[in-house]
Design a protein. Structure first.
Length: 483
């Protein structure tokens, strides 16, 4: 059974979030949107809904239960609704194709209470609408050609955006920047393919085809373009999803104090008793448009305490999943410990070494300590004092700089923000490489054509020109009902 009904269905759903609100909206989309709405609302102007001007708000009483079932009216007949008035509100009709779904859409704006909205939605269903599935409005917009797949995904990213940069990227994708680039690349490939196939089909005829060298240059350009797009994927992902920063280190070095200070709130308990933090503590914040999730962990040490052991296990797991790990060291203890043992610890290349409590250490030794640490770990070393606040700004800058250049502005080039797009681009890249290698080795055009087609299809998946129901279902099921 298909997961989504035919476009002949008219669907409805509450489009505003659950909970109380000033206004709530029920959205109806499909060929019977007006018929259905005419059973649920009565215009104060006494006019029939069928004569409504499109894209204008009209005052109406909202009725429940509806009095007639769909199909029994004629447009000329004056409406005789006898249902009980449940609310008053505004009705707007958006005539196809000038609506989000490109279908006839009616929105009923009423008071944003759960019961009212529920009633309106039930009344629509009683009048012949079907409750929409998750993402079905957006899916219809896609199926009706209003949006392509990458734009549909951008709708979801816009709804979910938690940082300004994330929102900016979602909006650019929604406006079709990625779409345009993909179309350009794809149509280039399609025309090469056409030449190649013409060459295959009419080998004996005297037609001028794209020469071998010309083809190589063109494919190399496309490949370079795809690689430039792929180079933006890591930053793009981070801007969309945010970064996960895990604070790790031995007990009592000041991890929880650092978390609190970076968040400007007392989120984690700070004491001078080692082993205070036993579970992961996670909180998000936004630094200059970048969403940062900070995770405080249990200090790593030998212990037999079961709870603490589990905390340590979780701490290690969190470090594995981090985009960046801050290894916090206690500056007052570092003078005594064997710095050589630090050499044995494994640090990721992008991890940051944070030397805390420098308020208790002489300035000269902080410098030489940082120097030594940098030399043996090859990591960036940041001396800080959570107590005095010294070095904290530099630490924030260093974290951001790992992902986004200090003066980052999503520039002219399109950014790849979704894993799905990255994977498709990687497949296109591999197919293009393959086709180039085949041409250079003088392999039959038929085989080159297969790879070119593969590359074109991979690009087509990004915008949904080539796609399966399974992929569509997966994408749209992430949406909420009503979107
Ligand atoms: N002097 C000084 N003490 C600090 C600093 N940061 C944290 N502490 C103290 O170190 C102790 C352990 O801090 P806590 O954040 O609980 O460490 P955690 O076990 O690593 O989470 C507490 O008594 C803090 O007040 C700092 O920059 N300077
Ligand atoms: Mg702690």
């Amino acid at each position: 059974m298909p997961t989504v009904g035919t476009p002949e269905d008219t669907i409805c759903a509450i489009a505003t979030p659950a909970g109380e609100g000033g206004i709530g909206i029920v959205r109806i989309s499909g060929p019977h949107a007006v018929d259905i709405a005419s059973h649920v609302v009565r215009l104060r102007s006494k006019k029939s809904l069928h004569t409504l001007a499109s894209h204008k708000l009209h005052l109406a009483d909202i009725l429940f239960p509806p009095v007639r079932s769909i199909g029994s009216h004629s447009t000329s007949e004056p409406l005789q609704l006898t249902g009980q008035i449940v609310d008053e509100g505004l009705v707007v009709y958006m005539k196809a194709p000038r609506s989000f779904t490109a279908e006839d859409v009616v929105e009923i704006h009423c008071h944003g209470g759960w019961l009212v909205l529920q009633r309106v939605c039930e009344a629509c269903i009683a009048s012949g609408a079907r409750l929409a599935e998750a993402g079905e409005f957006t899916k219809r917009a896609f199926l009706n050609g209003r949006l392509d797949l990458s734009q549909a995904e951008a709708v979801l990213d816009t709804i979910r955006a938690k940082s300004e940069l994330g929102l900016k990227l979602a909006q650019r994708q929604l406006r079709g920047e990625l779409t345009q680039q993909v179309h350009r690349l794809r149509s280039g490939l399609v025309s090469l393919l056409a030449h190649l196939e013409a060459g295959i089909d009419f080998v004996d005829e005297d037609i001028a085809f794209v020469g071998r060298d010309e083809m190589i240059v063109s494919l190399q350009e496309t490949l370079a373009h795809i690689r430039r797009m792929l180079a933006t994927a890591e930053t793009g992902r981070v801007l969309r999803e945010g970064v996960r920063v895990v604070i790790a280190g031995e007990p009592n070095v000041g991890k929880s104090s650092l978390l609190n200070s970076l968040l400007h709130e007392n989120r984690a308990i700070v004491t001078d008793i080692p082993g205070t933090t036993r579970d992961l503590i996670e909180e998000s914040t936004v630094w200059q448009g970048l969403r940062v999730t900070l995770v405080d962990t249990a200090g790593l040490r030998d212990t037999t305490d079961l709870v603490e052991l589990e905390g340590i296990r979780r701490s290690k797991e969190a470090q594995d999943q981090a985009d960046i790990v801050l290894h916090v060291l206690d500056g007052t203890r570092l003078t005594q410990i064997d710095l050589g043992s630090i050499r044995l610890l494994s640090f990721g290349r992008d991890d940051l070494l944070v030397v805390n409590k420098i308020d208790l250490v002489a300035a000269g030794s902080v410098q030489s300590l940082s120097h030594t640490l940098r030399a043996i770990t090859r990591c960036e070393v940041l001396p800080i004092s959570v107590r005095t606040g010294e070095g904290l700004d530099a630490l924030k800058v260093a974290i951001q700089a790992q992902f986004v250049k200090p003066s980052f502005e999503p520039g002219d080039s399109v950014m790849v923000t979704q894993v799905r797009h990255r994977v498709a681009l990687e497949r296109a890249e591999a197919s293009l490489q393959e086709s180039l290698a085949s041409i250079e080795r003088g392999i039959a055009p038929e085989f080159v054509a297969v790879d070119l087609r593969g590359a074109g299809d991979a690009l087509g998946e990004i915008v949904g020109a080539v796609t399966s129901d399974e992929v569509l279902d997966r994408i749209f099921s992430e949406f909420c009902i009503g979107k």
